[in-house]
Design a binder for this molecule. Structure first.
Ligand SMILES: O=C(O)CCC(=O)C(=O)O
Length: 292
């Protein structure tokens, strides 16, 4: 990592109301974070990348720890997911430490060790078409990895979802069980009687293009069926605390999690700091289609 002094950050105060809501619900929605020209730029990049063909036969042959690697473009009927956005287009770099969102990520990890340095783990997009059905309920960490003490909040893993199109209730929006980041009684989430909004306590988390959902990965969540025309498209930037990074074992995702020095070299000092954990992980170099 560069030893350059980090440029000063805009002094963003996260209000007590916002921290109260985050602790109560496990999430907040930040309204109007992206301007229309930014939304158009990211959407354009996602559509372009979804239209490419990725020759990954060699990489995908390998299984790691018994798990098969994830493709860059994961296509299913009505559903496209791009993995590892930072390998794919430079425009995605600027969301790593966005001046509105990054201070919230830090504030919602404040109780954890190394909270001043949230670490970006994974980046992806999801585009859903009409008819695409529910995903399964899930969470990225268990509720014992969420805590609060003396007014400080601590979620060891957080996700940020950037709405590039409207996420209305019928657009296949994210649904969650508010408060479940502190819940210790499990239901059989996969059971048909809990599908979608049949899960007790579940609610739609809606917003307009340009809004950003920030949530603790201890929150029980999933995506709802899309029943409107058009494509719902979101970006996902997932963060963990620096000390937690070493404990992540997810070999099927590593290629998309770990950005090699050839990519991190172009980052600003703050973005390098927010990906510092990658220096300790095995990384694979830049793919041929990104090389000059
Ligand atoms: O956006 C969606 O449809 C669901 C996303 C989700 O649950 C996830 O990425 O973990």
């Amino acid at each position: 990592m560069s030893s350059a002094v980090l440029e000063p950050e805009v002094d963003v105060k996260v209000s007590d109301e916002e921290r109260f809501l985050f602790d109560l619900q496990g999430y907040v929605v930040l309204r109007g974070v992206l301007a229309p020209d930014e939304i158009a730029r990211y959407l354009g990049a996602v559509r372009r990348l979804e239209g490419l063909r990725y020759d990954e036969r060699e990489r995908l042959k390998h299984t790691l720890g018994g798990r098969t690697a994830q493709p860059t473009l994961d296509e299913k009927p009505g559903h496209k997911r791009l993995n590892g956005l930072l390998r794919l287009d430079l425009c995605f770099d600027e969301l790593i430490d966005h001046p509105v969102v990054f201070p919230r990520v830090r504030a919602f990890m404040e109780l954890c060790r190394h909270s001043a340095e949230p670490q970006l783990v994974n980046t992806w997009s999801i585009a859903k078409a009409e008819g695409h059905d529910h995903n399964g309920w899930h969470r990225g960490i268990t509720p014992d990895l969420y805590g609060h003490r003396a007014g400080k909040l601590g979620s060891r893993m957080l996700n940020t979802i950037w709405f590039l199109t409207d996420n209305g209730p019928d657009d296949g929006c994210v649904i969650a069980v508010p408060g479940s980041h502190k819940n210790h009684i499990d239901l059989n989430w996969g059971a048909p009687e809990y599908r979608g909004l049949k899960m007790p306590g579940s609610q739609c988390i809606t917003g307009r293009a340009g809004d950003v959902l920030v949530f603790s990965e201890a929150l029980l969540h999933t995506g709802l069926k899309k029943s409107t025309p058009g494509i719902r498209t979101n970006l996902y930037y997932n963060y963990i605390t620096l000390d937690f990074a070493g404990h992540t074992y997810s070999p099927e995702h590593n290629y998309h999690f770990v950005m090699p020095p050839s990519i991190r070299r172009r980052f600003t000092p703050r973005r390098q700091a927010a990906t510092r954990w990658m220096e300790t992980a095995v990384s694979i170099d830049i793919p041929p289609f990104m090389q000059e």
